[in-house]
Design a protein around this ligand. Structure first.
Ligand code: DQA
Length: 149
């Protein structure tokens, strides 16, 4: 049974740590990847961690995940609010999907309140800072273990 989890990050998250730190904090995406890699090893999961500013790249990784992954954790960033194409891609993926937002999108501008990805996500984490990624990983581990029973 697959223990591979994809963590996918959308546009501008390459600037995490430098970008609007009052909203997104000072941790970098490399810090997030490091924390997730350490936790994945503890949980017995394998990780692929990616970021792109291009919608097609995220769609291609979702297609790749279809072949071999036990779950997807995705912070689609601004594509959350715009991308039917990412929703369609996630709808082709049959294992758990967790949507993560570093900030509490519901406390922000109204255009951030709607998420196309939430129409597919099995769970949504928002407003827990970068800790949301490790919380999502723990949830995926639980779901993978439940499926293996
Ligand atoms: C975000 C929230 C989105 O609205 C925004 O466009 C982002 C990051 C978050 O992690 O809080 O780029 O997904």
């Amino acid at each position: 049974m697959s223990k591979l989890v994809y963590i996918l990050n959308g546009p501008n998250l390459n600037l995490l740590g430098k970008r609007q730190p009052a909203i997104y904090g000072y941790e970098t995406l490399a810090d997030v990847e490091g924390a997730c890699t350490t936790l994945a090893a503890e949980l017995g999961l394998e990780l692929r961690f990616h970021q792109s500013n291009a919608e097609y790249a995220i769609i291609d990784w979702i297609h790749e995940a279809r072949e071999n992954a036990a779950g997807i954790i995705i912070n689609p960033a601004a594509f959350t609010h715009t991308s039917v194409a990412i929703l369609d891609a996630l709808n082709t993926f049959e294992s758990p999907v967790i949507e993560v937002h570093i900030s509490n999108v519901h406390k922000r501008e109204s255009f951030r309140h709607h998420s196309y990805v939430s129409l597919r996500a099995d769970g949504v984490i928002a407003g827990f800072g970068t800790q949301g990624y490790t919380l999502a990983l723990r949830r995926i581990a639980t779901l993978v273990a439940e499926k293996a029973k």
